[in-house]
Design a protein around this ligand. Sequence first.
Ligand SMILES: CC(=O)[C@@H](O)[C@H](O)COP(=O)(O)O
Ligand SMILES: NCC(=O)COP(=O)(O)O
Length: 251
Amino acid sequence: MTRLSVNVNKIAVLRNSRGGHEPDVVRAARTCLDAGAHGITVHPRPDARHIREDDVHALAALCGEYEVEFNLEGNPFAPPRPDYPGFIALCRAVRPAQATLVPDDDGQITSDHGFDFDNDIPALTPLVAELKSLGCRISLFADAGHPAIARAGECGAERIELYTGPFAEGHARGDSGPLAICTDAARRARAAGLAINAGHDLSQDNLGDFLRMVPGVEEVSIGHALIGEALYAGLTDTVRAYLDCIASAQG
Ligand SMILES: CC(=O)[C@@H](O)[C@H](O)COP(=O)(O)O
Ligand SMILES: NCC(=O)COP(=O)(O)O
């Protein structure tokens, strides 16, 4: 069965919009784990726009408490900044069960491409070796359509994470082409000995179709849609709780 790792970046977006501690990222992650999620994912960005260094430490401790996977995402080549020690430094500090390497540029709104396996392998190899020596499993963010996707393991990585943004866009417009590309990419990568993760813009609307057509996915990491959907699913009870609160106070 595919494992669900919930990405809680968006909880931190909300928190940071006001400063302070609410909504509490650790409480949200705990709620997800209590609900049965198999792990927690975060992607601290160098501009610290959502997840910060202290969140990474707190969430690593939480995942240790629950004995579940902590999946830390980031660009291993991005230089440190005053508010961001760098991805490798974070991994050295918290030793996540899985390190997902993503070649995102500074200032990107979100991740939108994977590695170029024809050119990036030599630079990745020593970093992957160091991360593996820390006990991390390594997954590389990958464009399903990259012709050399099967080469991802040459740097020592055990998994790829299929970038599912193009699939999600295709799904929304009724185009099954990107899904077929994912199916083929997973087949080629698995034949080369890689295990398959997937993520980006997966949602309740598209996840079932993805998993039916891309068999054997080890893990999906989902944040944006899941947190957005939770606003609706959790809102009814929350509004009733406020009405009850007003009624009891004034009743
Ligand atoms: C690696 C990846 O696919 C991203 O989806 C990422 O984890 C999301 O990051 P943001 O929440 O910053 O968009
Ligand atoms: N690796 C993908 C991830 O963690 C979540 O992506 P999204 O669901 O926020 O698009």
